[in-house]
Design a protein around this ligand. Structure first.
Ligand SMILES: NC(=O)c1ccc[n+]([C@@H]2O[C@H](COP(=O)([O-])OP(=O)(O)OC[C@H]3O[C@@H](n4cnc5c(N)ncnc54)[C@H](O)[C@@H]3O)[C@@H](O)[C@H]2O)c1
Length: 321
């Protein structure tokens, strides 16, 4: 396969690139990344000589088209995004640029190159807030995004759906729960908790920390994406917007933020007095939960237990402090 991987210097994209190069050494990987504050290209060092790395913007349609033509790209895997919810609340424009305009630029390139597949990485946040008594969300449930980030990801999905219907573009969309693991941007919840705990600094926790997330180790997410990548895409008979094209990815590992923070403090032998409760984020979703049976039906299942993944993650940050 010849793959164009966007956002490949970010958290999940970089793990995907490292794993893919090891497993499929005969494939050609072109990595396109704008290298925003969230990127860290050094994580790709072990495979730099086996990939083509290009710094650039996915919204630069001419650049994407050139890469697709030069490297005979067959599939675009779109990890590139602005991803931090708090940043989207402060300023939505970069989120609209990359997540919406950028995704449409990829679609335009697919339109000009019939047969090029688009695997678009989305998020559980598009379903919006759910209550404790609600069933985990299934593909086909309404999209009710709460933050500008989630709204931009939902908008991107709608553009992909429209491209499938109007232009017959072969596409799939994945919606995954919260990822954790090494090499996540330092602003995210787990890196903040681990770093501040290691330094003995206050750990900010929104409200009472009771919000629930379903935590999936990052390489399990990558493996789910690989599974979908290597499955025959049922374009002809699957209903657009249905479970033949849209895939939920989850761990069934729901935990309250406060419990995750306490577990990290326990592992590091640090006092709970470091936990500092701060004013809640506006529009903060209470809970996300997904039914991922359609991805599991392809043969995928999470492989890394939370306790192991958390230890690996803590070790990674500890060795870099
Ligand atoms: N992290 C999670 O828990 C999670 C969960 C579900 C879905 N997702 C989705 O997975 C994808 C990757 O998330 P992540 O956590 O690795 O994000 P990240 O913020 O760590 O990395 C994003 C990468 O995209 C690059 N990028 C940003 N704008 C770009 C542009 N215009 N052109 C090219 N590259 C650009 C950045 O430089 C960075 O390397 C995103 O689409 C996100 O919505 C993330």
């Amino acid at each position: 396969m010849h793959l164009l991987v966007t956002g490949g210097a970010g958290f999940i994209g970089s793990h995907f690139v490292l794993r893919h190069v090891e497993r499929y050494p005969e494939d050609r990987l072109i990595v396109l990344d704008k290298l925003t504050y969230a990127a860290d290209r050094t994580f790709l060092a072990p495979v730099e000589d086996r990939i083509v790395f290009v710094q650039g913007d996915i919204a630069d349609q001419a650049l994407v088209a050139r890469l697709v033509e030069e490297h005979a790209v067959e599939t675009i895997v779109n990890f590139a995004a602005e991803t931090h919810v708090d940043n989207s609340i402060a300023e939505a424009a970069p989120f609209l640029h990359t997540n919406v305009v950028g995704t449409q630029a990829l679609i335009e390139v697919c339109k000009l190159h019939p047969g090029v597949r688009l695997l678009h990485i989305s998020t559980d946040e598009v379903y919006g807030d759910i209550d404790d008594e609600d069933l985990p969300r299934v593909v086909g449930d309404p999209l009710l995004p709460s933050s500008p980030y989630a709204a931009s990801k939902a908008a991107a999905e709608m553009l992909v759906m429209a491209a499938m219907r109007t232009f017959n573009i072969p596409a799939c969309v994945t919606r995954c729960t919260n990822n954790y693991g090494p090499h996540q941007a330092s602003e995210k919840f787990l890196p903040v908790v681990i770093r501040n705990a290691l330094r003995g600094q206050p750990i900010p926790i929104y409200a009472q920390g009771k919000n629930k997330r379903d935590w999936l180790y990052v390489t399990d997410h990558c493996d789910a994406v690989e599974t979908i990548l290597h499955t025959d895409w049922a374009f002809s008979d699957a209903k657009i917007g249905g479970s033949g094209h849209f895939f939920n990815i989850s761990a069934d590992n729901e935990r309250q933020n406060i419990d995750v923070a306490r577990e990290i403090l326990r592992i590091l032998g640090k006092p709970e007095s470091l936990l500092t409760f701060v004013a809640d984020r506006p529009g903060h979703d209470w809970r996300y939960a997904l039914n991922s049976s359609n991805t599991r039906a392809l043969g995928w299942a999470p492989a890394v237990p939370f306790e192991d993944g958390l230890l690996r993650t803590i070790d990674w940050y500890r060795s870099r402090l």
